[in-house]
Design a binder for this molecule. Sequence first.
Ligand SMILES: [Zn+2]
Length: 102
Amino acid sequence: MSYQCPSCNQIFTAQQALCEDWRNPEKSFGCPHCGKFYKKDLRSNLRQSICVGIMAGGIATPTAMLIGRSLFNGDNLSLFYGVAIWFSCVAMLVIGDWRNRA
Ligand SMILES: [Zn+2]
């Protein structure tokens, strides 16, 4: 079972996590790397980053191929679509990342 620290992005296991006081949920689960304590809900965070990663790979890869093929064929419309999809994908990732940090 792995967790990802939202502060320093370090991935650690439940065994490695810091625990100062197991009765206090605010002090029972901390990042061993930067020493910050969290409530034990980091798993969804890691799952979310995996989802975003798969989505980014699934969209960015075919789009990059579309852009490459359009450049090769001189197809400006497909090139425009490819660049538009790619930019919105990047914007979505940046916004998602910014939301995670906020
Ligand atoms: Zn950390």
